[in-house]
Design a binder for this molecule. Sequence first.
Ligand SMILES: Nc1ncnc2c1ncn2[C@@H]1O[C@H](COP(=O)(O)OP(=O)(O)O)[C@@H](O)[C@H]1O
Ligand SMILES: [Mg+2]
Length: 249
Amino acid sequence: MSHHLVEVKDLKHTYPGGTEALRGVSFRITHGEAVGIVGANGAGKSTLLLHLNGCLAPAGGSVRIGDYPLTKETLAGVRRTVGMVFQDPDDQLFMPTVYEDVAFGPLNLGLPPGEIEARVMRALETVGAAHLRDRPPYRLSGGEKRAVAIAAVLAMLPDILVLDEPSSNLDLKSRRQLIGLLKGFKHTRIIATHDLDMILDVCERTIVLHEGRVAADGPTTEIFNDEELLRRSHLEKPLRMQACPVCGK
Ligand SMILES: Nc1ncnc2c1ncn2[C@@H]1O[C@H](COP(=O)(O)OP(=O)(O)O)[C@@H](O)[C@H]1O
Ligand SMILES: [Mg+2]
């Protein structure tokens, strides 16, 4: 299904002040793929993701989502297709209650009340947050906020799920739930993270960014076994692939 395609060609972005955050990034992600975006702090991960739903406009190159190049005219449609979970949940949650936050998007689509209620409750149950429905988002823990931010995106039934550092601030149980959820999501997933162990669990493909360029793009296990590439990109092997510090095995 071509409408789940994400194609980035020679994407460049320079912030006011002159930082060249993206220096010509290209890749193509097809329907149903789960792709990890990894790289040291400042490599350009968040900048890249913010281009995928038009939060940032490219200085050069192009983004194509499904059948449409991302332009001012296609922006609204692209935002319905690409569900973006931002790095900081506080950027996403602003309503008086969790329920209203998750209902906000479906309400704006003009859906009938019954459909909105069903979508909100299904999304909250998926992230294990149904019990939080009447709570104010600003009183939640970091992990609870993250779960609600993900629910707000799931309630829009996006074809493509884009998440920026989704496992940061999560306790072990919430992280495990998140991994289960991401594995179960049938459409395209693009996940920027420092959590290489999570990538190992969820993504068959990984793109390594280094100083605004693609340093590697390939099967996750191959990338994580390439010690020279990891060293050059200031990354460390997932814990699960490292030798035991006690017995050396
Ligand atoms: N709003 C901004 N204004 C200026 N520079 C920025 C801004 N956001 C990020 N940068 C810079 O762009 C580069 C890439 O940042 P970012 O995309 O956030 O990297 P990552 O998500 O991989 O840590 C860094 O050098 C960062 O300092
Ligand atoms: Mg970032």
